[in-house]
Design a protein around this ligand. Sequence first.
Ligand code: PEP
Ligand code: MG
Length: 594
Amino acid sequence: MTFAVHGLPVARGIAIGRAVLVVSSRIDVAHYFIKPEEIETEIDRVRTARNAVADELTKLQANVAQMGPNDAPHELAALLEVHQMLLQDEALTGGVKHWISERLYNAEWALTTQLEIIARQFDEMEDAYLRERKADLEQVVERLLHRMKGTAAVLAPSPPRRKRAATDDDNDDPTAGDGIDVPLVLIAHDLSPADMLQFKKSVFAGFVTDVGGRTSHTAIVARSMDIPAVVGARSASQLIQQDAWDIIEGDAGVLLVDPSPLILAEYGFKQRQGELERERLNRLRNTPSLTLDDQRVELLANIEMPGDTAGAVKAGAMGVGLFRSEFLFMGRSGNLPGEEEQYLAYKAAIEGMNGLPVTIRTVDIGSDKPLERGGKSQDTHLNPALGLRAIRWSLADPPMFLTQLRAILRAAVHGPVNLLVPMLAHGSEIRQTMTLIDRARVALDNSGVAYGNVRLGAMIEIPAAALTLKLFLKYFDFLSIGTNDLIQYTLAIDRADEAVSHLYDPCHPAVLRLIADTIAECNAQGKGVSVCGEMAGDISMTRLLLGLGLRSFSMHPSQILAVKQQVLRADAAKLKPWADEILASEDPAALLQD
Ligand code: PEP
Ligand code: MG
């Protein structure tokens, strides 16, 4: 029976596919399709690993048998016996074979998929003893995965296959005609931004997570992938069965589970309409970004990795307005990138933009962007968003920060670079940052290493910064408004918490006032100002921001053409009085819809 799960819209469009339930801790497992002729080899890899683990367990059992009861309690022998049984269990082995031969999943993916199915059955058991065996099964699978490491025959995974939408036949007979082309959607309780990044070039046609707010960094990465996504869907990962058909309606933030053939047909039609609309927008790629009254509007790209510049250029971006450099630092078990590695990454981004400016933001680790995979639960601080994050983290570790600064300065030899500093609030932080930038230059001078000029910018993300603009403009060449955090800190709403997401309001009069004043002050002083938060890519906000005097927008490449369409239809001069009216209103959102 069809049912709907509601969450928060993140990335537009419709995805139709079978559910792949993934537990965050198992994201590291490779997900790729094998070729039909590789089925036997892949099943063999599992068989070999199973035999090796069985031997391992047998040896352990023998050792335990030789120990006295004081060294090895009786429970240990019983536990190893259980592990042997689980290892040979037909539910596990048969299921794994099914995913490999019917769906062409690689062995590791097949194993974790089957684990999720059996684990759920354990969860539902009434008997507490049996319920606890889930942990044993997980350990057995971990052993198998460990054994399979380095044995994959396929070094380069097959290319993503996201194409074919579900048909009525598929719905009538869940196994009919599928195999290599079946579209898949990923369902997880939580994914950290680093997890999400893993899926950037993946096979998945859409994403759903139980937790997260619209501007959480996980949502931001999902949006940058330009595939339909919903976050904050609460218990979606509990309600949906592995392999069930789902429709993700990204624009509405809705997930339809087990859709009927009629619903599938309707959404298949909507999906095609969306594709046609995108094709129409593509025609604007080379159209100059000018308003009806000839105001030039700069449309820039937000990127996470150097490779994202290809998409930015393709979408007609006039530069990179925000390179979130922290994605180079995440998911590396604390092994931070050194100067050379960073230099090469920044150089690649600069070269990828072919002479267009690249704004590199210094690292913004912390809060919902932990260094390690596995989500925010790792952060034991009570208020991580108010803690040691972004520039605070950098200033707390000067050697780490200097390494990054040197790498950025060196990369600036290869093209125009803006260096952007996140989350500044205090004059002392600004001065310390300036001192460290000077020190980085001196260090490069002393060692005779070439470096380039950079324009220096500060992000306006904290109300305190927006209220002390003169101080910021004394030191910086340009400002970039990070509306995601500015909203979070102005309204005291955790941007990653779905429980308060209804109060996360970009149109709150206080938020609009801070944005308006920042733009006006920069324009008055002839300093550059742009918006690089999600608001810049939200087409319902384009006219208002133009009316407030903004002429530089930075967003995910996928949103550039839709925003350009708004720019082309706008008369900036006429929008000014309308924007002033909205600013003065006690309910701006209502006026915005007019
Ligand atoms: C912002 O806060 O608006 C911003 C662009 O930075 P991030 O989303 O990475 O915190
Ligand atoms: Mg921010």
